[in-house]
Design a protein around this ligand. Structure first.
Ligand SMILES: Cc1cc2nc3c(=O)[nH]c(=O)nc-3n(C[C@H](O)[C@H](O)[C@H](O)COP(=O)(O)OP(=O)(O)OC[C@H]3O[C@@H](n4cnc5c(N)ncnc54)[C@H](O)[C@@H]3O)c2cc1C
Length: 304
C-alpha cells in the first residue's frame, strides 16, 4: 500500500466515504482509514427518512450503498486505526499500523461513542429509544415521549417534539442549561413538562418502550412513555490530533464553511465538526466541500 499520499481521510462513515469518492475522482493519491467498518454510525440506525433520494432506508442499507459506490470507483480503504498525527514541515505524518505521510488530512472520525447507558437502552434502540428527535420524532406522532438531558439541545428537541407528540417530558438530571429564548418558549408550551433532578435508571417494555424508571430526590418513580431520547453531552473523537494544536470544542473541530481548521492542510467533515446539526445530509455536504478544499490546497502546494 502507498505510504506517501496527497490526502488521507480518517474515518469511512458517510463523510469519509464521500470524501473518498471526491478525492478518487480528482486523481490525487488518497487513502481512507477505518478502524471498524465502513458506514460508521449508519450501521446502528434502524431507519432514515430524511435523506433525499432513498426514502425509508435502513442505516445499514444506506451504508452498504455508499460503500459499494466508493468501492466501484476504486476508493482505497485501510482498515487501521489512526493513533496519532504529527506535522513535519508541509507533511502530515500519520501513525496507524504503519507510518504514512500526506500533504492534507480530512478528519471524518465522527463522535466518540457514549458508554454511559442504562438498562434497556441498547435493547430498545430503534424500538422507542432514539438519539435524535429531529430524525425520529415523526415515529412518535400523538404519543407520549421523554427526553433525558439538561443542555440546550434538549430544549430545542423538546420544542420540535411538542409539535408532533401528545406530551413531552424532559427528565433533567442536573440544573438545566437552556438558552433564555428556548426556556421562554418551553414555558408557553402546554404539552411540555420538566421533571427536574431526575436520573434515568431503566427503560422497560415488551416489544417497544413502555415505561421509564427514574430516581428523583431519593425516590424511585415510573413514567409511561412510548419513546425516550437520551441526549447526553456528546464529544468528538479527535484525541489522535493532540500533537497538532487544532482548535476544538469538547473534541469537535472548529472549522470554516470549507472545513478548514486552524492547522493548514487539516480539514474536517461530518459529526467530528463543531456544529449544531449532525445529520447524514450535512455530513455528505461538508465532505464534498472539505475534499474540494483539500484538493485545491494540495494542488497549490504542488505548483509552488
Ligand atoms: C441513533 C441515530 C439516529 C440517527 N438518525 C438519523 C436520521 O434519521 N437522519 C440523518 O440524517 N441523520 C441521522 N443520524 C445522524 C447521522 O447518522 C450522522 O450525522 C452521520 O452518519 C455522521 O457521519 P460521519 O461520517 O460524520 O461519522 P460516523 O458515521 O460516526 O463515521 C466516523 C467513522 O470514523 C471511524 N473512526 C473514528 N476514529 C477513527 C480513527 N482514529 N481511525 C480510523 N477510523 C476512525 C469510525 O469507526 C467511524 O466508522 C442519526 C444518528 C444516530 C446516532
Amino acid at each position: 500500500m502507498e505510504k506517501n499520499l496527497d490526502v488521507i481521510v480518517v474515518g469511512a462513515g458517510a463523510a469519509g466515504l464521500t470524501a473518498g469518492i471526491y478525492l478518487k475522482r480528482s486523481n490525487l493519491k488518497s487513502l481512507v482509514f477505518e478502524k471498524s467498518a465502513p458506514g460508521g454510525i449508519l450501521l446502528n440506525i434502524h431507519q432514515i427518512d430524511n435523506y433525499p433520494g432513498v426514502p425509508k432506508v435502513s442505516g445499514p442499507d444506506l451504508a452498504v450503498n455508499m460503500f459499494a459506490q466508493a468501492n466501484e470507483l476504486g476508493v482505497e480503504i485501510a482498515y487501521e486505526e489512526v493513533k496519532k498525527i504529527e506535522k513535519e514541515g508541509e507533511d502530515f505524518v500519520v501513525y496507524a499500523n504503519d507510518v504514512y505521510r500526506a500533504k492534507a488530512v480530512i478528519v471524518a472520525s465522527g463522535m466518540a461513542s457514549s458508554k454511559a447507558r442504562v438498562t434497556g437502552e441498547e435493547a430498545f434502540l430503534g424500538k422507542g429509544v432514539s438519539y435524535c428527535a429531529s430524525c425520529d420524532g415523526a415515529f412518535f406522532k400523538g404519543k407520549d415521549v421523554a427526553l433525558y438531558g439538561h443542555n440546550d439541545r434538549v430544549a430545542e428537541e423538546a420544542i420540535y417534539l411538542s409539535g408532533l407528540a401528545n406530551h413531552v417530558y424532559i427528565l433533567a438530571p442536573k440544573e438545566t442549561e437552556f438558552e433564555e429564548g428556548h426556556a421562554e418558549t418551553l414555558s408557553c408550551l402546554e404539552n411540555v413538562e420538566l421533571i427536574p433532578m431526575a436520573t434515568l435508571k431503566e427503560i422497560q417494555g415488551s416489544d417497544h418502550v413502555e415505561h421509564l424508571v427514574y430516581e428523583q430526590n431519593g425516590e424511585t418513580k415510573t413514567l409511561d412513555v412510548s419513546g425516550i431520547f437520551p441526549l447526553r453531552e456528546g464529544a468528538g473523537s479527535s484525541t489522535f490530533l493532540y500533537a497538532l494544536g487544532v482548535e476544538e470544542n469538547r473534541g469537535f473541530l472548529v472549522a470554516d464553511k470549507e472545513g478548514k481548521t486552524n492547522v493548514p492542510g487539516l480539514f474536517v467533515a461530518g459529526d467530528a465538526t463543531d456544529k449544531k446539526l449532525r445529520q447524514v445530509a450535512n455530513a455528505v455536504g461538508e465532505a464534498a466541500s472539505a475534499s474540494s478544499a483539500a484538493i485545491a490546497y494540495v494542488r497549490s502546494l504542488k505548483k509552488s
